[in-house]
Design a protein around this ligand. Structure first.
Ligand SMILES: [Zn+2]
Length: 283
């Protein structure tokens, strides 16, 4: 089967047979729903494998039951029937799930969350997503539990979702870029800021620390609400974890009245493995 991980700026597709056999990644350049849909199809075809079924993880909010993307803040989809469109294109069963849920499931079953009863996955990418796995099963609430990215952590600024002060506004890859520019650095992406930081630039380090302080504030809320056994961080920005780990843990400790669980860096592959597992469970 084919697993797909759709993010705010890239889409990755992979052939899965118990593990990732091979994968293909495409940058998202399309500014329309149909344009991005074509890029998803291109990534699937680029894997060059027979397609028997597609498990896809995509940014929420979404409707798993109907396979519809509702209004993801960082993609041009509005009530887009992604599962139906992929079904029509490839003539195979398709299962859609929140990307952070796929990541959390993949970590809980196969990686850092293995052996833990409650696992929280947080995706730090263009936006911020979250997933909750309890006893090996996704907890989805009415469908959209774990939208930690849109927990308000301040009253300042307007998030892509239209609300004020969301965690995503303060602790995403976009936030890192904003904090870096505010300090006079020129950077287009969090990855660029991390490369500047690797060169020893103090301002780039400060930008990540600022993001980490907000993230810690958000994680304190997650711990107060769910007191999980482990929190695993994924998404592109999590690759820079050493740059914001200290600030994140300090802020989380500052705001938390219960002991912090381990907060660790996960693997990019978990989203794909989780999307595949989610597909398998619903066959
Ligand atoms: Zn928001």
């Amino acid at each position: 089967m084919i697993a797909v991980d759709l993010g705010g700026s890239t889409v990755r597709a992979a052939l899965i047979r118990g593990r990732i056999i091979r994968s293909a990644t495409r940058e998202l350049r399309g500014s329309s729903a149909d344009g991005v849909f074509e890029e998803i199809c291109a990534a699937i075809r680029a894997v060059r494998a027979p397609v028997h079924g597609i498990g896809i993880g995509a940014p929420g909010p979404l409707d798993q039951r109907t396979g519809t993307l509702l209004a993801p803040p960082n993609l041009p989809f509005r009530n887009f029937p992604l599962a139906a469109r992929l079904r029509k294109e490839f003539h195979v069963p398709v299962r859609l799930e929140n990307d952070a849920n796929c990541f959390a499931l993949g970590e809980a079953l196969f990686r850092k969350g293995k052996g833990h009863r409650s696992v929280i996955g947080i995706i730090l990418g263009t936006g911020v997503g979250g997933g909750i796995v309890l006893d090996g099963r996704l907890y989805a609430g009415r469908g959209n539990a774990g939208e930690f990215g849109h927990m308000p952590v301040s009253r300042q600024g307007r998030c892509g979702c239209g609300k004020r002060g969301c965690l995503e506004l303060h602790a995403s890859g976009r936030a890192v870029v904003r904090y870096a520019r505010r300090r006079g650095l020129r950077a287009e992406s969090a990855r660029e800021v991390s490369l500047i930081a690797a060169g020893g630039n103090r301002k780039a380090h400060e930008a990540f620390a600022e993001m980490g302080r907000w993230l810690g504030l958000g994680l304190a809320q997650v711990v107060h609400a769910l007191d999980p056994d482990i929190i695993v961080l994924g998404g592109g920005v999590s690759k820079s974890w050493p740059l914001f780990r200290k600030a994140t843990l300090a802020a989380a400790r500052e705001h938390c009245i219960v002991p912090l669980p381990p907060i660790v860096q996960g693997s990019e592959r978990s989203s794909l493995l989780g999307a595949a597992e989610n597909f398998r469970r619903f066959l």
